[in-house]
Ligand binder design. Structure first.
Ligand SMILES: O=C(CO)[C@@H](O)[C@H](O)COP(=O)(O)O
Length: 216
């Protein structure tokens, strides 16, 4: 069974308290929180203050995905805001090994995300420092995009790297996840499914999460 991580990027930002209540009651496992800086990606979302407020509303795991340049600048700040998993981009961190170790040292699970153009093999030399590998199945920056099919091949490769190395990091897929590809993703080896638009654009998000959970 995979974990479900609804992405709040597609939620109604004027009703975050209700969104948090709904997710607390739901079968969702994690809150997926996308931090964007307008530099690494062409969009800007929210940062530590919003996450800290949400933290007061939920005990579920906060999966914070940093789509920002030089993410190493803010490790302690995101830990203090309430992140449980802190994911940085391979493409955004020059000293990735040091950054991932620092995230663990700060008491969080370390995550590394890779863009669709980045081969999974490039993670070989940092993989022992990683708790979650987030495979972007869209180009990051916006919700509601189409799933990139090559993602399945990347997941298969990651599963092989994981078993060859005897490691147990989680494989997360982010972007374009919906009821039609969830099962195939699970069968390919995914542990965490991030879904934004599919959940929050549905008339009854609570039921949609349940539907997704039953499917996988
Ligand atoms: O990081 C991102 C986008 O950059 C994602 O977390 C999206 O929020 C996923 O949304 P959907 O593709 O499921 O709408």
């Amino acid at each position: 069974m995979a974990l479900i991580a609804p992405s709040l990027l597609s939620a109604d930002f004027t009703r975050l308290t209700e969104v948090a209540d709904m997710l607390n009651q739901s079968e969702a496992d994690w809150f997926h929180l996308d931090v964007m800086d307008g530099l690494f990606v062409p969009n800007i979302t929210f940062g530590m203050p919003v996450i800290a407020q949400l933290r007061k509303l939920s005990k579920k795991t906060f999966d914070v995905h940093l789509m920002i340049v030089q993410p190493e600048r803010y490790i302690d700040e995101f830990r203090n805001a309430g992140a449980d998993v802190l994911t940085v981009h391979y493409e955004a961190s020059t000293h990735l090994h040091r950054t991932l170790s620092a995230i663990r040292k700060a008491g969080m699970k370390s995550g590394v995300a890779i863009n669709p153009h980045t081969p999974v093999d490039l993670l070989q030399d940092v993989i022992a420092e990683v708790d979650v590998v987030c495979v972007m199945s869209v180009n990051p920056g916006f919700g509601g995009q189409k799933f990139i099919e090559n993602t399945y091949r990347k997941i298969e490769k990651l599963c092989a790297i994981r078993s060859d190395a005897g490691l147990n990091f989680l494989i997360e897929v982010d972007g374009g996840v919906h009821a039609k590809n969830a099962l195939k993703l699970l069968q390919t080896g995914v542990d965490v499914l991030v879904a934004g638009n599919f959940i929050f654009s549905s008339p009854e998000p609570l039921k949609t999460i349940l539907e997704l959970k039953r499917l996988i």
